[in-house]
Ligand binder design. Sequence first.
Ligand code: OAD
Length: 255
Amino acid sequence: MSQTEQQARDWLAQARSICVLTGAGMSAESGIPTFRDALTGLWSRFDPMQLACEDGFRADPQLVWDWYASRREGVRAAQPNAGHLALAEFQRRHPGRLAIVTQNVDDLHQRAGSEGVIRLHGDILEDRWFGPCRRHVARAGNVCDPAWAEPGSPPRCGECGNLVRPGVVWFGEMLPVAALEAAERAARGCDLMLVVGTSGAVYPAAGLAHTARRAGARVVVLNPQASELDDVAHACLRGTAAVQLPKLLQAPPLH
Ligand code: OAD
């Protein structure tokens, strides 16, 4: 074990409250592509202004819907990797000690068995109305019941006529308020923040590492490449989530 790995293990053993901020790299070894990796990242092949903002959806709803439909298939076919499982196992062994805040729109943390995952960028498997529903009292987050959707690409809500869109946060949109508040509380209250598999390029999510550092937490970045949060970190572990997390989180030692 390297000196940095040992140092991170010591901080983990001492921490009463751990906050793990995850990004697309967390699910890369489950076969879900990241966004900004040079050759394999989605944004190296697709235009986010076409596919991940409201104007893009307005301009070509079918293109956007079909793109998310194929990503949904990828998510449904994927399985949690050893990193997701190690985090869930740690939470089982130490209830209440480790919170997960994710930018990922897949459900792999949940399927690995993690509870209370804070999801900053929504849920790709959820359907939402594109506009506010005028016929019914709006459901939390403007979520459309799939049973109401009339087939199409994209489908329309059979109840209120709205176009249906995926329940992810697009560029230019607000993050879900309750999730962001919960994430900020977790970042302010932790003594150790692990930043796993994120480029740190997207705010406000990346700002959580700064928040944790300002509040006095140790910050450890886990990423095979340099990230924009390396400067905020006390230590950087160069490796992948599925390899490094099981090593870092395995029992013992605990003080
Ligand atoms: P990025 O694609 O920007 O960054 C992925 C990071 O994961 C990079 O720093 C990689 O080096 C690292 N990485 C790659 N493989 C890894 C592995 N096996 N283990 C660990 N790390 C690995 O993804 P995010 O930072 O998550 O927004 O991107 C932030 C947001 O931008 C996303 O949530 C998405 C996107 O637009 C929405 O979906 C709303």
